[in-house]
Ligand binder design. Structure first.
Ligand SMILES: NC(=O)C1=CN([C@@H]2O[C@H](COP(=O)(O)OP(=O)(O)OC[C@H]3O[C@@H](n4cnc5c(N)ncnc54)[C@H](OP(=O)(O)O)[C@@H]3O)[C@@H](O)[C@H]2O)C=CC1
Ligand SMILES: O=C(CO)[C@H](O)[C@H](O)COP(=O)(O)O
Length: 494
């Protein structure tokens, strides 16, 4: 902690829970003088007591003291609970600030809130930067992935600091932080990151369930399998931590920890926001959506789950093919997991492109992928290849159409189909494995039943359809005896 009371801090952090405290320490370790503030002063003092010697910190008790302790233009990183607390802090902070000071919101804020907050603060002459941060406690301390939005001008002031504390990509040492685009773009990209995170976690869960329920492989043995998978193209943070969770033994009972954890998954909202935003954009992020609903099914109506366990028939059917416990089956599951994971990334990136097109954001998908290569929860070896796929001239219209991924899919598909078929026959829910496979088949199929849906829509609502062999919109006079087709331009239909 600095002894020099007149020394000004280069950045202030308010909100010193898990993320704020560790980001503050990361900033200090990187040579910045950091002013500390928390609503309740106990967290500030606890941080200083435990880590005050790590760098230059300035202790403050009030927001006025925090503001007074900062060099101009001020930079204040807000790391409080997302939602109303962010507005509460801004409301108290803004009147204390001067023109051109910068408020940085590093929490998981909803992007429409970020757009609104930036607009409102701009009217007061203040800059507001919405920044997605991923990496949890360890990432915040040692280098998170950072996804900044806001104006390019304010990035000139905060960017160098953020890049310094960000994770560095193992492939080229580049910081996992770059300005993405205006207003809510940073929080939007972080939200989609979390949507992919949900799908990635769910497909790992589905693989675990199949290996356990079909092949009878115990958690400790699965830990070894996941560890070996981490040496393959599945290499990622989530696979690595899965092996550690699976090998954990509960001290009280001696059982695998996973067997004593209640099987109801929580969620704080970012996955659901991703699905809502995708619906607004019209992007089919089916695997991500299923992963959100799978958490909901596990926890929202537990009474129905209990009753269904006793009452609902299983209707299982016999399966043939590869034996359950052999290496071939385990490899099938690995490939099904990898294929479903690829679809999650493809869907998330598709959604990001659509949002850029509709909302006027300028980020490029290779840059987004580059930021996710280290520090964040979805970091994976795969992201280097995704970055490559979107670099250069020939940007694929869907990630799965990039040459490398196309040939990979060819290898993964037979395993993926076998695993989905087997799990379905045996009554093991695989919502993301199966919906991702349906998405893949939906993309590649030459004719979809959407044609029939258009016919139905025209029947009950005169909504018209297009023909495969002519321009224009058409309608059948369904209620007339001759059911003749008319050009919609010639009659009053919509
Ligand atoms: N935890 C994680 O792994 C990750 C979290 N995030 C996001 O980062 C942000 C911070 O997360 P985390 O560190 O977990 O902390 P929490 O989300 O648990 O928030 C706790 C902090 O918010 C403060 N706070 C709550 N309400 C108010 C209020 N009305 N006015 C002022 N301060 C308030 C608390 O102050 P007090 O101590 O006085 O109660 C405390 O400092 C959140 O947006 C979260 O979603 C992002 C990535 C990962
Ligand atoms: O943002 C994060 C990581 O990237 C957080 O860990 C997030 O809170 C996890 O989401 P949820 O609680 O909904 O599982």
């Amino acid at each position: 902690m600095t002894e020099n009371n007149s020394k000004k801090a280069q950045i202030g952090v308010t909100g010193l829970a898990v993320m704020g405290a560790n980001l503050a320490r990361n900033l200090a370790r990187n040579g910045y003088t950091v002013a500390l503030h928390n609503r309740s002063v106990e967290k500030t003092d606890a941080l200083l007591e435990a880590h005050g010697s790590e760098g230059d910190f300035i202790r403050t008790e009030t927001l006025q003291e925090l503001v007074d302790s900062l060099e101009s233009p001020r930079r204040i990183l807000v790391m409080v609970k997302a939602g109303q607390p962010v507005d509460a802090v801004i409301e108290q902070l803004a009147p204390l600030l001067d023109k051109d000071d910068i408020i940085i919101d590093g929490g998981n804020s909803h992007f429409p809130d970020t757009i609104r907050r930036e607009r409102e603060l701009a009217e007061k002459g203040l800059h507001f930067v919405g920044v997605g941060v991923s990496g949890g406690e360890e990432g915040a301390l040692w280098g998170p992935a950072i996804m900044p939005g806001g104006s390019a001008k304010s990035y000139e002031s905060v960017g160098p600091m953020l890049e310094k504390i960000a994770a560095k990509a193992p492939q080229d040492g580049a910081p996992c932080c770059a300005w993405l685009s205006t207003d809510g773009a940073g929080h939007f990209v972080k939200m989609v990151h979390n949507g992919i995170e949900y799908a990635d976690m769910q497909v790992i869960g589905e693989a675990y369930d199949i290996l356990r329920s079909v092949a009878g492989i115990k958690p400790a043995d699965q830990a070894k399998i996941f560890r070996s998978w981490n040496e393959t193209e599945l290499n990622s943070y989530l696979i690595e931590i899965t092996s550690q969770v699976l090998e954990q033994v509960d001290a009280q009972t001696g059982k695998p920890l996973v067997d004593v954890i209640v099987d109801q998954a929580g969620q704080k909202g970012t996955g659901g926001w991703t699905v809502q935003a995708a619906i607004d954009l019209g992007t089919p992020i089916t695997g991500i959506a299923e992963s959100v609903f799978a958490r909901g099914l596990s926890s929202s109506n537990t009474a129905a789950r209990e009753e269904a366990q006793k009452e609902l028939p299983a209707g299982l059917i016999a399966t043939t093919g590869v034996a359950n416990a052999d290496e071939e089956f385990v490899e099938d599951v690995r490939k099904a997991l990898f294929a479903s994971k690829l679809v999650a990334y493809a869907q998330g990136l598709d959604m990001l492109q659509e949002a850029a097109d509709q909302y006027g954001w300028t980020y490029k998908l290779d840059v987004v992928a580059s930021l996710w290569r280290a520090g964040c929860i979805i970091r994976a070896e795969l992201l280097g290849e995704i970055m490559e796929a979107y670099s250069g001239e020939n940007i694929p219209s869907n990630m799965l159409l990039a040459p490398g991924f196309k040939s990979l899919m060819e290898d993964l598909l037979p395993s993926w189909r076998r695993v989905v078929a087997k799990a379905t026959a045996l009554g093991i829910p695989v919502p993301v494995f199966s919906s991702s496979l349906s998405y893949y088949d939906g993309l590649r199929r030459d004719r979809l039943p959407a044609a029939l849906i258009q016919g139905q829509r025209d029947y009950f609502g005169a909504h018209t359809y297009k023909r495969i062999d002519a321009e224009g919109d058409y309608h059948v006079m369904w209620t007339e005896d001759d059911r003749r087709e008319v050009n919609a331009a010639d009659v009053h239909v919509h």
